[in-house]
Design a protein around this ligand. Structure first.
Ligand code: FPP
Length: 248
């Protein structure tokens, strides 16, 4: 993958509020894409990984600061062992093949979710990639792995309760900012736009707190068919909604 320089006029990083700073995507429909072609599900996931590259390129082109992708939900463990192995294998392959390019192109990798569940080898590769790209500033690629929003909020509540019980936190000081500071997305800009592909209209336990004020966009196309054009259309849609409703 190679991230071409952002075209002239790209905003986002330049403070234009019609460009979302933070975009999240529920990448849905890999299985159906493969099924419609008579291919095994893994072929859909492979094509989905190519769509990840296109989405990343498009996000960088438009000056988006953070792209958060739902790569593996805590519910995905219910899939067959074979499919889980395919998905983790694909992530390992992607990391191996793309890390140098991501780094060269100024992409910082961030992880949310309890990725420790993926086994020592993948965990080590993931952490190496995060460390390796930590000082990059062009775009943050935040990958949600074994992520569940309710678990994230529950862990935040548990930490605050522990601190209160230990006497280091006054319960009266527990406000929205205190909770947000315990979430794994702490430090990232507010989520502006959430996209879900495949025609399903639900959030599936993804970024529930963070999506409170986000624009939600549900697209009929399947994730492997998502491309630069679809990303550009989504951003146009976002800019239109912004203009109509004003706001931040
Ligand atoms: C949903 O499609 C997609 C997933 C569960 C996995 C997403 C993973 C990738 C796009 C591949 C690699 C990721 C990275 C970050 C390199 P589905 O299988 O639920 O589709 P279906 O609903 O049509 O069955």
């Amino acid at each position: 993958m190679s991230l071409a320089p952002a075209p002239e006029g790209a905003a986002g990083q330049t403070g234009d509020s019609s460009v979302p700073r933070h975009v999240a995507i529920i990448m849905d429909g890999n299985g159906r894409w493969a099924e419609r072609r008579g291919l095994p599900r893994v072929a859909g996931h492979r094509a989905g990984a190519e769509a990840v590259r296109r989405a990343l390129q498009a996000a960088a082109d438009h000056g988006v600061e953070v792209l958060t992708l739902y790569a593996f939900s805590s519910e995905n463990w219910r899939r067959s062992d074979e499919e889980i192995a395919d998905l983790t294998g694909l992530m390992r392959f992607y990391l191996e093949r793309e890390l140098a390019t991501l780094d060269k192109e100024g992409v910082r990798l961030k992880l949310i979710g309890d990725y420790s569940a993926f086994g020592a080898d993948l965990v080590q590769r993931l952490e190496t990639a995060v460390e390796h790209t930590a000082s990059n500033r062009r775009l943050t690629l935040c990958i949600a792995l074994n992520y569940g929003s309710r678990a994230e909020i529950t862990a935040a509540a548990r930490t605050l309760a522990r601190n209160a019980a230990a006497g280091t936190l006054d319960p009266e000081q527990v406000d929205e900012a205190a909770i947000a500071a315990q979430l794994q997305t702490h430090g990232l800009p507010e989520l502006d736009l959430m996209i879900r592909t495949s025609g399903e209209v639900r959030l599936s336990n993804f970024l529930l707190w963070q999506a409170a004020y986000a624009e939600l966009l549900f697209l009929d196309l399947l994730w492997p068919d998502f491309d630069e054009q679809a990303f550009g259309d989504a951003l146009e849609h976002f800019a239109g909604r912004r203009r109509r409703f004003g706001g931040r």
